[in-house]
Design a protein around this ligand. Structure first.
Ligand code: AMP
Length: 582
């Protein structure tokens, strides 16, 4: 297969005219002010994400249009119009007000992809509070780090997850109320902090005037992992909706009649920017599937709901490839007209496989938790160079700079991928870590932490991370977080964690562990450490492999040299080892 081949912008196959029909013209005329004019805003110049996503449609013919088509993991299905969501989110905003939650307070959700999580996220924004959606797959340590750092006042969760919350609740004095969604009672004692979602919602009015937040008021936090330290809360402001709206329109190419499906969970920024805000701000019907991955299950969702635009991730695409085209052929997927991917490098084979299996290529795009919305993308009207992330979004300036982030690298040469400050959805801080935030900017550029190349045609090509962060199945894992969890195991003296290549997930987590005196390396001990990690971390962050070493390579200042562990593991040159401890 010739991967350097260009996949033609599939205009002929397009059943609707792309929103971005001429890249050059749109780039030349693009102004964020014009995007602002496409939103409603408030007469005081403010903006509120939830108002733009929901409230404004209730004043139009979209009022009774389905907004959310929800399919539960057991096959249940529920339909919510924009008006339904308007009333539900009003109710939840009233619930928060009644509980005494103030503008700017943090409200976190810890739930599966049920309709309630969407209600809570949007209702929180309406009340002017800051929302923090967390993955239901998080273990107690991951939860504690995030809730402690954000000093969240309210946590909304379900009986199934209450056990995890119960384990850590005594360490979280800031939490005033734990709202438990769903019918049954939990057996845990939260010392009167527990309260029923259904009861609160029933008692609340469905009328609420959305708080007229300022463009710069904090709206949403997503925690992301770095090389060192605990996860950092990237905080975004209400103005981010301009980015969500514009990129959903021009990159995901959603049109009023589309049925759109983003497979991401709201615990990840893709699941909010493009699984809630951008599409609904465009008034488009979205499908949410609560169930996990299976090729047949996913195709059934596309077929049942006649999904037209599909936004997913490379690991999922590779798993679909593994399942093969036979499964594709068992379903009528003729509704699909446009497909996008994000989160990790999308291999050229996957782009081309999309054409074979669905008659459409996957359009890769690039962005990060910090950037809040898509920055670099392949567009419907442009030729795809399989393996490339595409070209910058209008209004975004991306460049490849040298090691000092001073000079641009010539075409084809690797360097730091940077973005010119500033775009509306850019994060405004790392919560409680202003210095770290400031360190991400230099000479008016935001340093993304990725290494990339730009070719003569202005297409960007991902090379790798500039740091030790592991990308497994699109989920960023900070090695420090995993190492910290591992050394809490009674047998573990030290731990060093790296990513090793994996055919499906791109990378998986591997841990090197040295044992405390009195402990013997064994397969049983490995299993026990893995089990221990699973109880603490997100499933994807847990080591898939563990090797025992008598000691770990460290710098003279005592830092574990993950780079060296990785070079040795992969048989690569060890590089500079001058700082290696004797
Ligand atoms: P997150 O903040 O968790 O969304 O992860 C962002 C990181 O994922 C980026 O900095 C990249 O390292 C990686 N990433 C996201 N999209 C792509 C892409 N299209 N190609 C390559 N890497 C990507």
């Amino acid at each position: 297969m010739n991967y350097s081949a260009i996949t033609k912008g599939n205009i002929e196959k397009m059943v609707v005219k792309p929103n971005l029909d001429d890249y050059q013209t749109i780039i030349s005329n693009f102004k964020w002010d014009n995007i602002y004019k496409e939103l409603d805003g408030f007469d005081n110049g403010g903006l509120n994400i939830a108002y733009e996503a929901i409230d404004r449609h209730v004043k139009t013919s979209l009022k009774d249009k389905p907004a959310l088509l929800w399919e539960g993991k057991h096959g249940e299905s529920e339909k919510y119009t924009f008006h339904d969501l308007y009333k539900l989110t009003n109710r939840f905003a009233n619930v928060l007000s009644k509980l005494g939650v103030q503008k700017g307070d943090r409200v976190f959700t810890y739930m599966d992809r049920t309709p309630e999580v969407y209600t809570c996220i949007l209702g929180t924004l309406k009340a002017g509070c800051v929302v923090g959606p967390l993955f239901s797959a998080f273990g107690p340590d991951a939860m504690k780090d995030r809730l402690e750092d954000s000093a969240a006042k309210i946590l909304v969760t379900t009986p199934k997850l209450a056990e995890t919350v119960h384990e850590i609740i005594n360490d979280l004095p800031a939490i005033e109320k734990i709202i438990i969604v769903n019918k049954e009672k939990t057996p845990y004692d939260f010392q009167a902090r527990e309260i029923s979602y259904e009861k609160l919602m029933e008692e609340a009015s469905d009328e609420f005037e959305t708080v007229k937040t300022d463009k710069e008021d904090y709206a949403i936090m997503h925690y992301t992992s770095g090389t060192t330290g605990k996860p950092k809360g990237a905080a975004h402001v209400h103005q981010a909706i301009m980015g969500h709206y514009a990129t959903a329109k021009y990159v995901l190419d959603i049109h009023p009649d589309d049925i759109y499906w983003c497979t991401a969970d709201p615990g990840w920024v893709t699941g909010t920017s493009y699984g809630i805000f951008g599409p609904w701000a465009n008034g488009v019907t979205q499908v949410v599937y609560e169930g996990g991955f299976s090729a047949g299950g996913w195709y059934r969702v596309i077929e049942k709901y006649k999904v037209t635009v599909w936004y997913t991730a490379p690991t999922a695409i590779r798993m679909l490839m593994k399942a093969g085209e036979k499964v594709v052929r068992k379903h009528d997927l003729g509704s699909l007209r446009y497909m996008c991917s994000v989160g990790e490098p999308l291999n050229p084979e996957a782009v081309i496989w999309g054409e074979q299996a669905f008659g459409l290529p996957f359009h890769d795009n690039w962005w990060q938790t910090e950037t809040g919305c898509i920055q670099i993308a392949n567009y419907p009207v442009q030729d795809i160079k399989p393996g490339s992330m595409g070209r910058p979004f209008p209004g975004v300036t991306a460049a490849i700079l040298d090691d000092n982030c001073e000079n641009e690298m010539p075409p084809g040469q690797e360097g730091n991928l940077v973005l010119k400050q500033y775009w509306p959805s850019m994060f405004r801080t790392y919560w409680n870590k202003k210095e770290l935030y400031d360190s991400r900017f230099k000479n008016g550029w935001y340093i993304t932490g990725d290494r990339a190349k730009k070719d003569e045609d202005g297409y960007f090509w991902f090379v790798g991370r500039a740091d030790d962060v592991i990308n497994t199945a699109g989920h960023l894992v900070g090695p420090f977080e995993v190492e910290s969890a591992l050394i809490e195991h009674p047998a573990v003296a030290e731990a060093g964690v790296i990513g090793i290549p994996d055919k499906i997930a791109m990378e998986v987590v591997k841990a090197f562990v040295s044992l405390k005196d009195g402990y013997e390396a064994s397969e049983d001990l490995k299993m026990d450490i893995k089990k221990f990690a699973r109880q603490k971390l997100h499933a994807l962050s847990c080591p898939k492999e563990i090797d025992f070493l008598p000691g770990l390579p460290k710098t003279r200042s005592g830092k574990i040299m993950r780079r060296l562990l990785k070079a040795r593991e992969l048989g690569l040159p060890e590089g500079d080892t001058s700082t290696l401890e004797e």
